[in-house]
Ligand binder design. Structure first.
Ligand SMILES: Nc1ncnc2c1ncn2[C@@H]1O[C@H](COP(=O)(O)OP(=O)(O)OP(=O)(O)O)[C@@H](O)[C@H]1O
Ligand SMILES: [Mg+2]
Length: 591
């Protein structure tokens, strides 16, 4: 609000000026009736022109006040939204593991809105209420007793408003919460539509949605019921004030103690005061809601990113690609969590390709995440070029270490833009070169719009194998000195994978590469294989050496192969048929 103080102050001043002008009008009316109509001492048009002039100036101030007020409100909202989003981009993976994205989105929308409303409109309402003081002063100047009589119902209007808001407040909360419930169901059904339909669970989901919708209806009806009870009471209380003015004022006029115009003026003042007093009750409600929303927003803003650049962190330049894990211990969720790695040692020499093999859930992906500092180690140290990864800047580390995940996330952009994601200025030649290396060029060219084809949300218009190849191209484009492939070719059939490998072998020559793989064909890319079990490396050597010496290695490979055979049978229809023949029996390959 401080950043927009000039605009906001102007808005409030203008609205105050406008109200002061408005307050003059009943007084003028009263004088016109008494002086021009009853006594004929002042020409009538004198007052008429004054009223017209006041209305015109009031129109201009009203325009400025409104425009500036709303502009302040929307600027404030913009600032807050930018602040939250900027903060979210800084948050680390442990935070995103914990929170639900739906929650974040609702905080970035409706909560910001309610804080904005309070911050900008509450002062405005206060200004309007302050005018009550001026109006009351006018009334006092006309007639003290009648002024007190006229105001007698105002405290009751205020109390009714407060009561109304407090009784309606829980219901309006309920409406918000239940609307969010409906939104969550709709959201999950849209993004999970493939699962819903594959289980023919549409009816079940419809039932759930209609139950949630019925709960929304119930709260809205409850809200309407409360409004119907309170609003008429509040609207009719001031009429009681009017009756009192008529009674006492009329009595005084009859006895010649007061001019007729005064009654008219009082009438107008009372109507003028009604709105701010009702709004005063609204401020109470808005304040409660804004306080709740602000605390929800602060919950995000107060959360400090756990993984940040250390003071004095340096950029990783001229990376040779020497990677070393030294006695690394790690568990998700700090000390309480299950230990994933204990005393994990691994050295990747510059230019070396190492395959990391292990049972599912053994911590292979975790090793990759630690190298990119998605998480920080609990014990030991991860070094790149001899430097602790915590001593180099995150941005430089992540631009030198490229990772391809097994479930690639694509954006709803063209294929070209997806591949050029890490370097938006890349030329089309560079994009095509990366796509060729990852074996994606062929199928991309067969798409109707080629490289300009826009992929559906998360890339769902492509097959799993196609998505993986685009993700691989995306990482190859930035040409990182250290490359991590986390099951990156798991959905690509062996035939195509072999072609990719030819390209990859060339690319891997002076690049340090860590391949996490289940398949023998992928493992064959590596100079060396390490076997991960129980959180540490239990075997290390060439494929042939491990086959001879480690029964566990043979077992892991066989398991992976049989799992893959099952997957292949299941996903046979999902695979892109145009890319070559099916999978030759992987189990046979292992033996
Ligand atoms: N974000 C997370 N929060 C908490 N626990 C996690 C998280 N990610 C993984 N884990 C746990 O850590 C362990 C190691 O997981 P990891 O993903 O490293 O296994 P993996 O070897 O890559 O398995 P896979 O071969 O199936 O990909 C698992 O037991 C898993 O449940
Ligand atoms: Mg994994």
């Amino acid at each position: 609000m401080k950043a927009h103080r000039a605009m906001f102050a102007t808005a409030l001043t203008m609205s105050f000026v406008g109200l002061v002008l408005q307050v003059q009008i009943p007084d003028l009316l009263s004088k016109a009736i008494d002086n021009s109509i009853v006594r004929h001492s002042v020409p009538l048009h004198f007052y008429v022109w004054w009223v017209v002039a006041l209305a015109l100036v009031g129109g201009v101030t009203g325009y400025v006040a409104r425009l500036f007020l709303f502009e302040t409100a929307y600027r404030f909202e913009y600032d807050l939204r930018a602040l939250i989003y900027e903060h979210l981009t800084k948050m680390s993976f442990p935070f995103y593991d914990r929170v639900q994205s739906g929650q974040l989105i609702s905080r970035a929308n409706s909560d910001i809105r309610s804080v904005q409303m309070y911050m900008t409109f509450a002062p405005q309402i206060l200004v309007q209420c302050s005018i009550a003081v001026v109006a009351f002063a006018y009334m006092l100047s006309i007639n003290v007793i009648l002024a007190l009589v006229a105001m007698a119902t105002m405290p009751f209007v205020y109390l009714t408003a407060v009561k109304m808001r407090t009784s309606m407040f829980p219901v309006s909360w309920l409406i918000q919460a239940r609307l969010a419930e409906v939104a969550t169901i709709v959201d999950e059904n849209v993004s999970g539509v493939r699962v819903v339909k594959s289980f023919a669970a549409e009816d079940q989901q419809l039932g759930e949605l209609s139950r949630a919708a019925a709960r929304v209806r119930w709260s809205y009806v409850k809200d309407a019921d409360l409004q119907a009870r309170w609003s008429p009471a509040m609207q009719n209380l001031p009429q009681l004030g009017l009756a009192l003015v008529l009674l006492f004022g009329g009595y005084m006029v009859i006895h010649g103690d007061l001019g007729i115009g005064a009654i008219l003026a009082f009438n107008a003042y009372l109507l003028m005061l009604q709105a701010p007093f009702m709004m005063l009750g609204m401020i109470v409600m808005m304040g409660q809601r804004a306080a709740a929303s602000a605390s929800r927003i602060y919950e995000i803003l107060d959360e400090q990113p756990t993984i940040t650049d250390r003071p004095g962190a340096v950029d990783l330049v001229d990376c040779r690609g020497d990677v070393r894990f030294e006695a690394v211990g790690f568990s998700y969720g700090g000390d309480d969590g299950v230990r994933v790695l204990t005393g994990f040692d691994l050295h990747l020499r510059p230019g070396e390709t190492v395959a990391l093999v292990g049972r599912t859930g053994s911590g292979k992906s975790t090793v990759a995440r630690l190298l990119l500092r998605f998480y920080d180690v609990d014990d030991g140290v991860v070094r790149i070029d001899g430097r602790d990864v915590r001593d180099v800047t995150l941005a430089s580390l992540r631009s030198r270490v490229g990772i391809v995940l097994d479930e690639p996330f694509l954006f709803s952009l063209s294929i070209r833009d997806n591949i050029a994601y890490g370097d938006p200025d890349a030329s089309l030649e560079a994009v095509v070169a990366a796509a060729t290396a990852s074996g994606a060029d062929g199928f991309i060219r067969r798409l109707p719009d080629g490289y300009d084809t826009v992929v559906g949300e998360r890339g769902y218009t492509l097959s799993g194998g196609q998505r993986q190849r685009i993700a691989l191209a995306r990482t190859l484009l930035v040409n990182p000195p250290v490359l991590v492939l986390d099951d990156a070719t798991s959905a690509i059939d062996v035939q195509v994978e072999l072609e990719i490998h030819d390209a990859l072998r060339e690319l891997m020559v002076d690049r340090t590469t860590l391949v996490i793989a289940h398949r023998l064909s992928t493992i064959s890319l590596a100079d060396r294989v390490v076997l991960l079990e129980g959180g540490r490396v239990v075997a290390d050597g060439t494929h042939a050496h491990l086959l001879e010496t480690s029964p566990l290695y043979t077992e892991v490979l066989a398991q992976a192969a049989s799992r893959e055979a099952a997957d292949a049978r299941e996903a046979a229809t999902d695979l892109d048929g145009r890319d070559g023949p099916g999978v030759p029996g992987p189990t046979a390959v292992v033996r």
